[in-house]
Design a protein around this ligand. Structure first.
Ligand code: CDP
Ligand code: CDP
Length: 224
């Protein structure tokens, strides 16, 4: 199989993108880039600095003055925000509930897309997000649009949070996920939508292993 494939995985929250992308990258010996983590890191900084999330100008300036990098530590991908490992902090409820407001600012996106393309240059990569197949890597070899019903996606997040000992309410979580999906789908710049040449994969009743098996089959077909 071609080892330097460029794979784009997009879809709504909880569809399984990062889990699947990470495992695929390991299998293919490619690098993995979690673009959602980059928007989350910038949101964390904006919240810490008490920036005005309604001010595009303020957020744009912040994006220009921020350094975001990925680093592998003991085989795990960590994200560094201005040199500090914030991999855990970016998953907080506060970041999750504000990230779509930061991500809809065009100048913020321009800045992060530039960085994402640079990170993916000249190598095999699996990148996941919302606009990878449509905007960031329009020439990707394989584009997957991973979906699942909102109930299933909520259940997955619910199980994940419960297993970490978090106190969580299913209906609240479902509203938060639906609100974020709506903001991501309806924003003017780079909304969440399937690229014309993407393959839609509904994972509602599929296990992670089954999803990976299907994508690997597309990779094999692409290589011949
Ligand atoms: O893991 P989860 O699906 O909850 O979200 P994520 O991939 O960490 O992305 C967090 C948020 O960042 C999304 O809800 C989008 O608002 C934004 N995002 C984006 O706008 N474009 C991307 N390529 C990736 C994420
Ligand atoms: O990145 P995204 O928000 O699309 O989803 P994720 O964080 O990769 O997956 C959310 C949760 O669903 C994780 O705990 C996965 O283990 C789980 N999952 C699953 O149970 N079955 C799948 N087919 C895919 C993911």
């Amino acid at each position: 199989m071609k080892s330097n494939l460029v794979i784009a995985i997009d879809g709504p929250a909880g569809a399984g993108k990062s889990t699947v992308a990470k495992m695929l990258a390991d299998k293919l010996n490619n690098i993995y880039i979690d673009t959602g983590a980059m928007y989350r890191a910038l949101t964390l900084k904006a919240l810490d600095l008490k920036s005005n999330l309604d001010s595009s100008q303020e957020l744009s300036k912040l994006a220009k003055n921020t350094e975001i990098k990925f680093k592998k530590v003991h085989g795990e991908d960590r994200i560094l925000l201005d040199g500090k490992d914030v991999s855990k902090e970016i998953r907080s409820k506060e970041v999750t509930n504000n990230v779509s407001l930061v991500a809809k600012v065009p100048a913020v996106r321009r800045q992060l897309v530039k960085l994402q393309r640079k990170m993916a240059q000249n190598q095999g990569v699996v990148m996941d997000g919302r606009d990878i197949g449509t905007v960031v890597l329009p020439d990707a070899d394989i584009k997957i649009f991973l979906t699942a019903t909102v109930e299933e996606r909520t259940q997955r997040r619910y199980d994940e949070l419960k297993s970490k000992g978090k106190d969580v309410n299913f209906e609240d979580l479902k509203s938060e996920i639906s609100r974020r999906d709506k903001l991501d789908r309806e924003r003017k710049v780079a909304p969440l939508k399937m690229a014309e040449d993407a393959i839609e994969l509904d994972s509602t009743i599929l296990t992670i292993k089954e999803v990976i098996k299907r994508i690997l089959k597309f990779c094999q077909e692409e290589s011949y």
